[in-house]
Unconditional design. Sequence first.
Length: 445
Amino acid sequence: MKDRAPRDIEINGRYAWYVVGVLMFAYIVSFIDRLILGLLIQPIKESLQVSDIEMGLLAGIGFALFYTVMGIPLGRLADSGNRKWLIIAGASMWTLMTAASAFAESYTHLLIARIGVGVGEATLTPAAMSMIADYFSRDRVSRAIGTYSIGLYLGAGVALLGGSVVVQAISGMDLSGGAFSSFAPWQLAFLAAATPGIAVVLLMLTVREPPRQELSGAVADARVTLPLREVFTFMGANRRLLVGHFIGYGLVGTAVTAYLVWAPEMLRRSFDIPIGTAGFAYGMLLVTLGALGPFIGGWWAQRAATRGEPDAEIAVSIRALVWLAPFAIAGPLMPTLTSAVIVLAPVVFLLSIPQGLAPAVLQLVSPNRMRGQVLSAFVLCAVIFAYTIGPTAVPFAASRLFGDEAALDKGIALVGGLCVPLGALALAWARRPFGEAMRAGGRSG
């Protein structure tokens, strides 16, 4: 028999997996809105007269600044309020602000719109992870969160595949004299990217807010909101685990973002192919191998834990990163398009494995009423790493270190070659305290 939570919500049941599916769809759509920019770099540069570094700032700090700043208070809301309605409000905002990007007439206007997208999307992950942890028992959380995390790569892949089709279709349209005659093709692409957000809002209306269960092994706290000093006390008591976790997975996220933002443009410049072709090639890797990685990571961690590894989630992440390191350097430097895509395949797959494991670690060790806040603190650190360093470091390295704005291949290889091994070392430092916490708390329940 399956365990049942109060109010007849079945733990580990079919409805729980339906909720994971809806949340994963929301995550997919959020990445479409976030990454469509990567296909529009060249036309936006020409239209707004900006540089690669300014585009990197737009994709990085412009999005990340308010995504991270708003993450902490929104995480606190996720710990105390109704998570379903928080996600609905956030999805409505990021949809509207993606549509607003279509009306930008200057770099500043587009920057403000991208900031709005970041604020809206900051609601999703803390609330979604907290909901999933209340729909599943402790021994099933890693697989459920791994499934949700597939949305990152499906969303990125759909953004590149669908975006490539949309960009090419719009570019070939005769817009003169019609309702959209005043729009540039890149502006219409933003309007198209905003549309799926409406479906997210409608689907979230079918989701029930689950009762909160205590996954940390402690007695559930009846208080609606815990004082911040208790959150800080918990984080201080677990500082080695959390510092190693935040830095390690943050560096992994930096490599992920560097590839997501710049890989299509790198393929275009290196091999003189249309951006639609480059986006399709990389998008296919993302929707296949990238989507498979988080599921495999969750399954692998669950299997390792069953076999007696209390630190399974971090141990599996380290193994994936060790295998990844040589491919991360070699992939962008391949001499032909075919060889580049072949070597980028294991890069995409191995980079995706830790994506669901990072939040799973935090859900397993954090008390219920702190989960959203601890996860938001991680998102704050990880996004600062990923979206300030990743998108900006690649063009900076290309133009300033290698002396050629077209040398994106070397820039990506450098960022990946540094972030992946350093991330593995940081996670190795966090592995012991995580294992000790899991031995003390167990995985049942």
